[in-house]
Design a binder for this molecule. Structure first.
Ligand code: ACO
Length: 427
């Protein structure tokens, strides 16, 4: 794994220091500076960790320049086109795709674990009407930790997997309950006869005791095409290596806290508009723009250095050519246009923004392309999912990634408490 060394010279003293260069299986080499402070008495400065690898990982690989994303070595395109979200969960947790029997076993377990302890129901009542489901979701997942103290001390693979399956299974129920509480309507309990994704859509849309759905096109059953679209969205969100929320999850893991509390912290971190909250902001922004003829004026606002306005759903810290997840969703969006009735004014505004931004020097020179959130909002709107649930849907997909990273952190004997240094400039 060690490739070579690098020598750094302090130009003030002329002293030199040698550091190992580590080579992973793919991606840029890494300078091992773990002894840097002890050697030099200095810290390194890297706000936003733009040049810092915080851990060693075998879960997800991204080549931002090439627009490549792989979970456990499997290309995201293959997973999105040929495998279900549950298969993807199995892959992330176990390192290989499941056999038929393994998938059936996981599917059954996930269906059975979807119920919440009844004691949790009263927690939802403590939240005001119109509470954002992300606030309720984060609090309910923290509360969930108190029902499973045994997950504080896990010793073997079986215990880790049980803990992971439990949270993956319960998150959709909590998200649906949080949403229904925000509307003041009764909860729909999970249905053991339904698949993971169909169950979530049903808990969101069904009336109690019946099969009529809260949908402005009349009382329709959930269509298979809707299930497939949402399942793909979950798969595309399942992991994304050391992003902001995953870094938070690992940071909380480093203190020895309960894994579900780490997940709750990840949920809070994801809520922000610069991260998972962008999908909600994309649609809010399209609604605010309101009509195709106003798009150019908003593009000018986004380009103005004195204006804080940013085009939501554009740009990415890692992808600098294209976001492969966005490409898959753009294709899916085009396929679903007819079946789901996507051709609305919002779609037309989105298409105009995409068209102008992709040919504008400002966006080209800064490598600003539509990211995954630009397309999820449009598809989720067509699935009758309200804006406030876009980020909770991201949470449902990402929970497997967070928990897999949490487990990897725990098993890594070199893991330490996250404790960065600072460049002090105060009094
Ligand atoms: N609209 C207009 N200008 C932008 C945008 C945007 N969406 N994003 C970046 N820029 C500009 C910045 O103003 C800056 O310009 P300058 O060099 O003239 O100062 C330049 O591009 C670089 O921007 P940074 O903020 O330094 O880029 P960074 O990599 O730190 O940020 C981020 C990435 C946070 C995603 C940013 O592009 C952004 O705010 N996008 C909008 C929010 C969004 O869509 N977030 C979802 C990300 S994907 C995800 O989390 C699933």
């Amino acid at each position: 794994m060690q490739k070579d060394t690098i020598t750094l010279t302090n130009n003030q003293t002329g002293k030199t220091y040698e550091y190992n260069i580590l080579e992973g299986s793919r991606g840029p080499s890494v300078i091992d500076i773990r002894t840097f402070f002890a050697d030099t008495g200095m810290f390194t400065y890297d706000p936003g960790y733009t040049s810092t690898a915080s851990c060693e990982s075998q879960i997800t690989f991204i080549d931002g320049g090439k627009g490549e994303l792989r979970y456990r070595g499997v290309a995201i395109e293959d997973l999105a086109n040929n495998h279900s979200y549950l298969e993807t969960c199995f892959l992330l947790l176990n390192g290989h795709l499941p056999s038929k029997e393994e998938l059936l076993k996981l599917d059954l377990e996930i269906r059975h674990r979807a119920y919440l302890h009844r004691g949790l129901n009263s927690l939802f009542d403590a939240f005001p009407d119109n509470a954002h489901p992300m606030a309720t979701l984060s609090a309910a997942v923290t509360a969930l930790a108190s029902f499973y103290n045994e997950h504080l001390d896990m010793e073997n693979e079986e215990e880790y997997l049980e803990m992971a399956h439990r949270i993956i299974s319960k998150i959709p129920t909590i998200a649906a309950f949080a949403y229904r509480h925000s509307l003041g309507i009764p909860f729909i309990e999970p249905d053991i006869d339904l698949s993971f994704t169909k169950n979530f859509l049903t808990m969101m849309r069904a009336y109690p005791g019946g099969k009529m759905h809260l949908c402005d096109k009349g009382h329709e059953d959930i269509k298979e095409v809707e299930v497939r679209a949402l399942d793909t969205i979950f798969t595309l969100h399942a992991d994304h290596e050391q992003n902001a929320s995953t870094t938070v999850v690992r940071g909380v893991a480093s203190t020895g806290a309960h894994p579900y509390v780490a997940i709750a912290s990840g949920i809070s971190a994801l809520w922000g508009r610069a991260h998972g909250g962008a999908n909600e902001s994309v649609i809010a922004q399209l609604e605010y723009i309101g009509s195709v003829d106003k798009v150019e004026a908003f593009i000018e606002k986004a380009k103005d250095p004195d204006d804080a306005f940013r085009l939501m759903g554009f740009g990415h810290r890692v992808y600098k050519n294209f976001d492969p997840r966005a490409q898959i969703l753009k294709k899916l969006q085009d396929e679903l246009r007819e079946e789901l009735g996507l051709d609305s004014e919002l779609m037309a505004i989105a298409r105009k923004i995409e068209e102008i931004a992709l040919s504008d020097e400002y966006f080209i020179s800064r490598n600003l392309y539509p990211n995954i959130d630009f397309y999820t909002g449009i598809i989720l709107t067509a699935l009758q999912i309200p804006k406030s649930m876009f980020t909770p849907i991201f949470v449902i997909g990402r929970t497997v990634g967070w928990i897999t990273q949490w487990i990897e952190f725990k098993k890594d004997e070199t893991s330490k408490i996250a404790r960065p240094r600072q460049l002090y400039t105060g009094k």
